[in-house]
Design a protein around this ligand. Structure first.
Ligand code: Y39
Ligand code: FE
Ligand code: FE
Ligand code: FE
Length: 239
C-alpha cells in the first residue's frame, strides 16, 4: 500500500507525456542544453579566477570546485549527444553575457564579494533550482547525470555562504549593491528561456519559487534578516 502510493508520487505526470525525440523537444533542448554547458564552462573559469583573487588557503578548494564544473560540463555535453541535439552555443554565450561581463568587471578590481555573489550565490542557486526542477522530467540518461551534478552545486553554494558569513560586516553593503545590479539580470534570463523550459516540462513559476527559497535561505545563513531577504530576493522581479 505505502509502496504503491510512493511509486505514484515520484512518477511525474508531465515527464510521462514528454516525447524526448520530438522536433519540438529537441529544438528547445538545443538552447537549454547549451545554456547549461556554457554555464558550467563559465563556472569552471570563474572559480579559477576566484582562486587568483582569494588568499592561498582557498586555492586548493577553489581548484577542486573548478574541476567539478568541468566534469559537469562534460556530463551535460553527453546529455545533448544522447538526444542527438546540437547545442546552440551562440545563444548560450549571449544568454550569459551580462552576468559574465559583471563578473569580469568585478574581477578586474579584485572585488571578491561581487564575484562570490554572482557565481557562488546567484548562479549556483539558479543551477540548483533548474536542476531540481529538471530531474523529475528529464530523460533517464540526463536524470542520472543531473542528480550527480546537483549534489556538487550545493557544495559550491556552501563555499560562498561560509566565506560571506565570515565577512558579513564588511560585505553587507557591497552584497546589497551587487544584488541590486545582478539579480534583475537573472529574472530577465529566466524570461528568455521560459518557453523552452516549458517544452522540457519545467514551469517558470516553479523555477522562480525554487530559486527564491534557495537564495533566501543562503542570504539568511550569511546574516541578512527576513526583511532584507524579502527586499533583496524580489529585486527586479516584475510580474
Ligand atoms: O555552478 C554551476 O554549475 C552553474 C553554472 C551552472 C549554471 C546552470 C544554469 C542553469 C540555467 C538553466 C535555465 C533553465 C531554465
Ligand atoms: Fe556545475
Ligand atoms: Fe553550479
Ligand atoms: Fe557550481
Amino acid at each position: 500500500m505505502g509502496l504503491t502510493l510512493e511509486a505514484v508520487a515520484i512518477k511525474d505526470p508531465i515527464g510521462d507525456q514528454l516525447d524526448y525525440q520530438s522536433a519540438e523537444y529537441r529544438d528547445a533542448y538545443s538552447r537549454i542544453n547549451a545554456i547549461v554547458i556554457e554555464g558550467e564552462a563559465e563556472a569552471h573559469s570563474n572559480y579559477l579566477q576566484l582562486a587568483e583573487l582569494m588568499p592561498d588557503k582557498f586555492t586548493e578548494d577553489l581548484k577542486r570546485l573548478a574541476k567539478m564544473e568541468d566534469r559537469h560540463k562534460k556530463g551535460f555535453i553527453a546529455c545533448g549527444k544522447n538526444l542527438s541535439v546540437t547545442p546552440d552555443m551562440d545563444f548560450a554565450e549571449k544568454f550569459f553575457a551580462e552576468l559574465h561581463n559583471n563578473f569580469q568587471t568585478a574581477f578586474a578590481i579584485k572585488d571578491i564579494v561581487t564575484c562570490l555573489l554572482i557565481q557562488s550565490l546567484i548562479i549556483e542557486c539558479f543551477a540548483i533550482a533548474a536542476y531540481n526542477i529538471y530531474i523529475p522530467v528529464a530523460d533517464a540518461f540526463a536524470r542520472k547525470i543531473t542528480e550527480g551534478v546537483v549534489k556538487d552545486e550545493y557544495t559550491h553554494l556552501n563555499f560562498g555562504e561560509v566565506w560571506l558569513q565570515n565577512h558579513f560586516a564588511e560585505s553587507k553593503e557591497p552584497l546589497e549593491q551587487a544584488n541590486r545590479q545582478n539579480l534583475p539580470i537573472v529574472w530577465q534570463m529566466l524570461n528568455q528561456v521560459e518557453a523552452d523550459a516549458k517544452v522540457l516540462g519545467m514551469e517558470k513559476e516553479a523555477l522562480v519559487e525554487d530559486f527564491m527559497i534557495q537564495y533566501g535561505e543562503s542570504l539568511g545563513k550569511i546574516g541578512f534578516n527576513t526583511r532584507d531577504i524579502m527586499r533583496m530576493s524580489a529585486m527586479g522581479l516584475a510580474g
